[in-house]
Design a protein around this ligand. Sequence first.
Ligand SMILES: C[S@@+](CC[C@H](N)C(=O)[O-])C[C@H]1O[C@@H](n2cnc3c(N)ncnc32)[C@H](O)[C@@H]1O
Length: 326
Amino acid sequence: MKTNELKRRHTFHNNEPEREEFFDAVAAGLEREQKEFPCKYLYDEQGSRLFDKICTLDEYYPTRTELHIMQSNIDDIAGRFGDNVLLIEYGSGSSLKTRILLDRLRDLSGYIPIDISKEHLLHSASELKKQYPDLNVLPVCADYTKQFNLPDNADAGARRVVYFPGSTIGNFHPEEAIDFLRTISKVISRNGLLLLGIDLKKDPIVLHRAYNDRQGVTAMFNLNSLVRANRELGTNFRTDLFKHYAFFNPSPGRVEMHLISLEDQKVRLNGTTVSIEQGESIHTECSYKYTLHEFEQLAAKAGFRVDHVWTDEDDMFSVQLLKPLL
Ligand SMILES: C[S@@+](CC[C@H](N)C(=O)[O-])C[C@H]1O[C@@H](n2cnc3c(N)ncnc32)[C@H](O)[C@@H]1O
């Protein structure tokens, strides 16, 4: 075995969800009155690649705004972390925003990127190792909504700082977000910190454009869920018979992404068939938007206090530092 492969095996922690789990989630979702596809399965290798492309689109303001907030305030942010930090990132994707932290934080005892999208995670981790040869990068492939272990060889008395950018917390329903934050508070313990990217409520037209881009990249990202199910689960979804549709639903305060069936159709699912009527939709993703006050209240229910908030000039997006209330 080559040294690189040995090294990779040593540092990579693989808890990738099994195919059966994916199958059960899709089968259960298609049985619901409002059909659903769990959004975490939007991210296979191709889904992650398409998401990266979404991040570069004109209409998709969150990435560039969050990057701008991070760049403008990095000294203040990093100063609040102190020395000897273990950085743990949930839903790390390409670790793009993380590089702003990595460039500035000198004494990191390690960096643990956690993501469900295995190939993409491994690629990002190997790029990081090239760019930061002295950094202890310990990738973990896992579904962070489930129980999994973090590598135990990186702590060495370091302060744990969890980074959760990209407004990915908006993909949870608020009650689930509270449960997730409670889990994070156990991970970081009393002297840890949580740095979050939270998208803010704004003009629905701006939101509508962000999730219905002119080039149709978000549509491809959404439809890729069906391509993935066909490949991995043996379903026979026809992507030409579904249309991407996303809209802001003001009452729950979220953007909803759907795939609308253009015809009455039947889809094969392990020996049975699922009927989908013309006009019926499969709900694939929620992206909750918050006011600063709403998020502060949510965080308090999970046992966190908001220590500091950084926003852009137009209050489009926020980066927030949270501390456990104890
Ligand atoms: C909205 S993207 C954000 C990516 C990156 N953090 C950023 O800010 O650009 C969400 C990321 O979380 C990952 N993800 C989504 N659900 C997940 C889950 N349940 N467990 C682990 N990773 C998940 C996806 O693969 C993806 O990389």
